[in-house]
Ligand binder design. Structure first.
Ligand code: ZN
Length: 263
């Protein structure tokens, strides 16, 4: 198995997003003037395994619009096709695409994909809820059209510390697990590497390893308590299996992948 970190541009995030307060200020501060982070990566992941090529998330595209708490730097040459080329891979060889959740910086690159795109059924329902549609309209971030979304359910029972899962391969070495919080249907993908370590492609379950250890909910998840339960599950999983934790926007994710640094 080979896991490749792809980078589809960068984003600067408002500190109110990365270091969210509690209470009413948690979400309000996203829309007020504030300080900004340095650029952080917008990763997605390619996995070569048993003559198959998997994609976890599809990254951002150059026509993304800034929003009150995120300023994007994505050029056409950062988009999925070129990001795959830079890893020595070809979009035409991708046979399975799965999304951690339906935020633009994870799904927009799906416009390049001519294959079905697997999305957790709960996430599809949430993305089409009134609340989500209002935000998509206000933030001018519509779901990309022309994508063959294929809803799936997590019917594979618990996996390690995660309450629900679904194997994505016959050998069970690539597994979708429930990591709700950032969005209600958010999933992560665990790849069991050739040495038996669990490489956890964590989407936006947290933005950084620091946030995981701090057990600090982000500013956008609808229910902070659910985010904390997921962070506790990730930490518990890391205590029972050597686990490499790779959020999509953590500047340290690539180094942790390359050196297989575990929790
Ligand atoms: Zn997100």
């Amino acid at each position: 198995m080979r896991i490749h970190a792809l980078t589809t541009g960068t984003v600067r995030l408002k500190d109110a997003f990365l270091h969210a307060k509690t209470g009413p200020r948690r979400q309000l501060d996203l829309f007020l003037p504030g300080s900004w982070s340095e650029p952080v990566p917008i990763h997605c992941w390619a996995i070569e395994h048993s003559d198959r090529l998997f994609l976890v998330d599809t990254g951002e595209t150059a026509n993304v619009r800034d929003i009150p708490f995120a300023r994007f730097d994505v050029a056409p040459e950062h988009e999925l096709p070129r990001a795959l080329e830079q890893a020595g891979l070809a979009l035409a060889d991708v046979d399975t695409v799965v999304l951690t959740h339906l935020h633009g910086d994870h799904v927009d690159g799906a416009v390049h994909v001519r294959k079905p795109v697997l999305v957790h059924e709960t996430e599809v329902a949430f993305a089409h809820s009134l609340r989500s549609r209002i935000f998509q309209r206000l933030l001018r971030q519509p779901l990309p059209a022309g994508v063959d979304y294929q809803p799936f359910v997590l019917d594979g029972g618990p996996f390690g510390a995660f309450a629900a899962s679904r194997p994505l391969t016959d050998d069970g070495r690539i597994v979708a697990v429930a990591t709700p919080g950032h969005t209600p249907g958010h999933i992560s993908v665990i790849c069991v590497d050739d040495d038996g370590r669990h490489v956890l492609l964590a989407g936006d379950a947290t933005d950084t390893l620091e946030q995981l250890h701090a057990r600090r909910p982000d500013a956008v998840g609808p229910k902070p308590r659910v985010s904390i339960e997921t962070m506790d599950a990730i930490l518990a999983h890391g205590r029972s299996h050597p686990t490499v934790f790779l959020p999509s926007h953590d500047p340290e994710s690539v180094a942790r992948l390359e050196s297989r640094i575990t929790l």
